[in-house]
Each structure stands twice: as structure tokens, then as C-alpha cells.
Design a protein around this ligand. Sequence first.
Ligand code: ATP
Ligand code: MG
Length: 460
Amino acid sequence: MSQKILVIEDDLTLNRLIVGQLNRLGYETTGTGSWAGAEAHLSAHEPHLIIADVRLADGDILERLPDLARSQPVVVLTAYGSVRDAVGAIKAGAYEYLVKPTSPDALSLVVKRALDDAALRNDHRFCQQRLKARDSMANFMVGVSALLLKTKETIAAVGPTDVNVLIQGESGSGKELVARAVHECSGRARRNFVPVDCCSLQEKLFESELFGHERGAFTGADRLKRGLIEGAEDGTLFLDEIGEIEASIQAKLLRVLETGVFRRVGGTKNLEANARIVAATNRDLEAMSLDGRFRSDLFYRLSTFVIEVPPLRARRDDIPYLAAHFIQHHNFSRRINKRLSGEALRRLTAYDWPGNVRELRNVIERAIILSQDSSSIRPEHLAFGSSGGKSGVKVTVSFDHDPTLDELQAEYLRLQLHKQSGRRAKVAEVLDVSERNIYRMIRRYGLVDACGSGSRSAPG
Ligand SMILES: Nc1ncnc2c1ncn2[C@@H]1O[C@H](COP(=O)(O)OP(=O)(O)OP(=O)(O)O)[C@@H](O)[C@H]1O
Ligand SMILES: [Mg+2]
């Protein structure tokens, strides 16, 4: 790719001369004679270098230099003998000045040096950004376990590439956090991270939310609306709960991923999709794609790279750090000073955390409240297992047809078995039926596989 240079000079003979010389050297050079022309050019192009006369009929470059020089180096052209202008230009941020009329050698030398320096600085800035992203990731992903560190390394490695990432993990394990970290570690970090909750939107709405709609596309579409995918241009589109999207949307999404273009609802023009796709699910998407509940071609497109977020019980070393992190947060925001007692910490690290980090966060929050004026959080303040009634429970089961009651029951049971990590006693408690009944249903619906490691042999 050749480097682009903008020449701003109202002496048109000199302007043409410089443009001609630079083009012969292989640069892609554009000339303009006014500040207005320069502004129009800059709003549509991003030159790598600007060469500008100090004074133009419609403005003075010195005032604008500090601003201009932030985006690319500026070489200023000064009249012979006007030392004041030269000094002023350098002070205002110019890379270098050239005295008119410029010799071809001096011009080519300065231009090359300015472009090389800028490239170096950009590299340096890029490295610093990456380092900063890693630092901030370290700050917002709390934990020290080997599994978490490995996840962070994976994020740092895949973040800067542009490949699609699929994040899998149990509910509350930190999938959204990982998605944000992937974005922060990428060259897209300065653009938008746009989360889309795939299970909260219905088919028709989903399409116009995602792709936008043209004015008049349907009743109520009284103006053009850009979709989330446009909002994520050059940024990251985070498709949360991707396992829940309907077949028709799966097809449309696949088309975008395959062709790189999309259309607004009611539109006929193809628009380019520049968003990087990061998706998350707590379902086994591969299994779903094998038995036809999720398009396998879409699964392959989404899962170019897969990050598995380990459940909290598989990385117990993180528990003390996470607990301290959440307590510190409350201490700070409520101006209190609570500590965790040794015994309470032992309970926290021994517990299985089916709701993962989110459950730990909730347990700590409740403990802060339950411990009232006491400065230490003790075991009796820890209320495990209940949802705390703070966030409503949302149950999602999907079918490709209207399910029968039996099918619905079977699916819900499967979901609970998964959620409770196969612990039938716990499932029985949640569903408010006897444990023996749970065993019967498991056998009847053929759900033995869904019972996982928590299964034991059935009682008599
Ligand atoms: N390593 C971590 N350090 C600090 N906070 C964390 C960490 N992991 C998760 N959390 C916090 O736990 C909560 C749940 O995390 P998150 O929403 O990312 O999980 P999730 O896997 O997307 O959950 P769900 O499947 O329910 O959508 C959030 O408040 C998040 O900030
Ligand atoms: Mg989530």
C-alpha cells in the first residue's frame, strides 16, 4: 500500500511541482490550495503526512498545527528568511520545516524520514496499548488460578487477531467479562463493544435490531434505523446466548458471516459488515449442531476459535481473591470496613458454586447485609443456594415445534440437572418433588446422560 500525502499550498505552480515530485517517488499525493479544501479532504481521507504552507488565504496553519499533528506528521513550508514562522511551526508541533522553493532532494529526504518516524511511533503506541490492555485485563479479571491465567493468556493471544471467537462456559462463569477482555485486547478497543442479548428478542424484532431497517420497511418504521451491527463497525459485536437464536436468524447471520455483507430490513443495498463477532453460550453448541438444533455451518463460522471459561469449582484458588474483591467493592462504596472470618472463607472455598462467580458475588452481597454492624463476615452470614430474590429467574427452552407437556417437562428437567451439576437431591428441592420422582423422570425421559458427575445410584 502506498503512503498518502496531502499538500496544502496556494501557490499552484509550487503545489503542482511538489505533488508531481512526490508521485514520481511512489507516494499517493493530493494537492489543495485552501484550508477549506484541506478540511474536505481530511474528513474523507486519512493521509499519512501533510505538507502545508504557513499562510493560506482562508486560514493560518500555525493555529491548527497542534491539532493536526496529533493524527499525522506535518511538514511546514516557509518563505525564505522567515525564521519566526519556522520556529513557530516547530513549537506548534510541526515535524520539520522546508524553505521555499524546496529542492527535490531535501523534500524526498524529509518526507521519508517523517513517514518512517511516524510508523515507528505508531508501532510503539500499538505496543503500549497492548500492554495497557493486558494490565487492565489483569485488573478486571480477578484471580490467580492456573486455569484463569491460561484463559487470560488465550485472550491476549487471540484478542489482537480478527478471528471470530466463541466463548463457552456455565452460567455466571464470566463469559461476558471474557468477551470484553477480547475486545480490549484487540486493535478495535477504541471502537464500540456492542452486546446483543440473543434470547430477549423475538424473530422480527431481532432482525431489525441487528441489521437495522429502512424507512417504511414495515408499519411503524417511520425513519431509517441503523442496526447494532453498524454500531459495532470496526468494533466488536457480542452475541450473548447465541444458542437461543431461531433458525431463520441463524440463516441470516450465516449469510453475513459468509459474504461479509448485510441488508437493512426493507433495504436493497448491500452494506459491508466490519464487526468482529464474539459469541457466548452456556449450551453445548457443538452437540446442538450435531443433532440439528443449531446450524452446523453457522457453528463452524462462529467457532473459529473457542475459549472455554472454566467453572469456579474447577479453580478454587480464585475464590479468596474474588471474595476479597467483592468485599472491597462494598467496603469502598458503602464506606464500611468488613473482613471475612477464617471459617467463612473455608466455607466459601469448599462450596461447589453451581452459579459460579455471579453466585459468589450475590452471596457476598447478602453477607454484607446480613452481617449488619459486625465487622467480620462469619459462616452464619453466608446464605448459599438461594437466588436471593434479587434477579428474576429466566428459563429458556427451545423447540422447533410446539412442545407437548411431556417434552417441556423433560427439557426443563434436563436444564435443572445441568444447572445443579447433576445433583438430583438439589433438583428435587428446586422442582419441589421427591427425589424418587426425579429418578423416575430421568429414566422415563432417558436423561441419564444429563446427570453428569453428581449422579449416584438410585435409592430402592
Ligand atoms: N474473574 C472475575 N473477576 C471479577 N469479576 C468476575 C470475574 N468473573 C466473573 N465476574 C463477575 O461475575 C458476574 C458474572 O459474570 P458474567 O456476566 O461475565 O458471566 P456469564 O458467564 O456471562 O453469565 P451468564 O451465563 O449468566 O450470562 C459479573 O458481575 C462479572 O463481573
Ligand atoms: Mg452473560
